[in-house]
Design a protein around this ligand. Structure first.
Ligand code: SF4
Length: 61
């Protein structure tokens, strides 16, 4: 991925962190990107975006 970002709609459910802990982490009541996240993990990032219950994860391929 060229770019990944998380909208404020995030409800901190933790699903993306469970699916792809190398890219996502929880920071209080929002998910955020791990510092230096490996954005080459395309399949995991797409899966996390698809599984996010509020469609808060976006990416640019
Ligand atoms: S899956 Fe979506 S709502 Fe859940 S923590 Fe990740 S970004 Fe937030």
């Amino acid at each position: 991925m060229k770019k990944v970002w998380i909208d404020e709609e995030c409800i901190a459910c933790g699903a993306c962190v469970d699916l792809c802990p190398d890219v996502f982490e929880l920071d209080g009541d929002l998910a955020t990107l791990v510092e230096g996240a490996d954005l080459s993990l395309d399949d995991e990032i797409v899966e996390a975006a698809e599984e996010c219950p509020v469609e808060a994860i976006h990416y640019e391929e």
